[in-house]
Design a protein. Structure first.
Length: 127
C-alpha cells in the first residue's frame, strides 16, 4: 500500500495548523498605496508613519508613531496592543471606538484585503 494518501492528509493537517493570520497576510506595497491615497492615513500619521502628519499638531491624543512600533490601543482586550487583530479593529471601527482619538475615522468602506494590506504596511514602518 502506498503512503501517498497519508501524505495528502498530513499536508492538509499542517495547513490547518497554520495561524489564521498567516493565511490572510496583507500586501505591504498595496497598503502603502492605501495609506498615501484613499485612506488618507499620512495626513495624520505622516508620510513615514512617525505620527507627524500635517494634521497631527491639532490632534490630542497625537496619532500613533508607527516607526516606534509601540501601540496603545488593545482592541481585543487581551493585554497585547498592536496585534493584527487590534489594528484591524481600529481601522475598521475608528480610533474613538477603543479610547483613541475620535478624529480617526472608521473605515468600514475598506475590504478585509485592504485592511490586511494596511496592517502589513503599518508593521513595515517599524524601524
Amino acid at each position: 500500500m502506498s503512503n501517498k494518501p497519508h501524505q495528502k492528509y498530513l499536508a492538509l493537517g499542517l495547513l490547518l495548523c497554520l495561524p489564521y493570520g498567516s493565511l490572510l497576510a496583507g500586501d505591504a506595497a498595496a497598503g502603502k498605496v492605501l495609506y498615501d491615497g484613499k485612506g488618507a492615513c499620512a495626513s495624520c500619521h505622516g508620510p513615514t508613519g512617525a505620527g507627524d502628519g500635517a494634521a497631527a499638531a491639532a490632534l490630542n491624543p497625537k496619532p500613533a508613531n508607527f516607526t516606534a512600533g509601540k501601540f496603545h490601543l488593545d482592541a481585543n482586550g487581551n493585554g497585547t496592543p498592536g496585534e493584527d487583530a487590534d489594528l484591524t479593529a481600529v481601522i475598521r471601527k475608528g480610533g474613538g471606538a477603543f479610547g483613541g482619538n475620535p478624529a480617526m475615522p472608521a473605515r468600514a468602506d475598506f475590504s478585509d484585503d485592504e485592511i490586511a494590506s494596511l496592517v502589513a504596511y503599518i508593521h513595515s514602518l517599524k524601524k
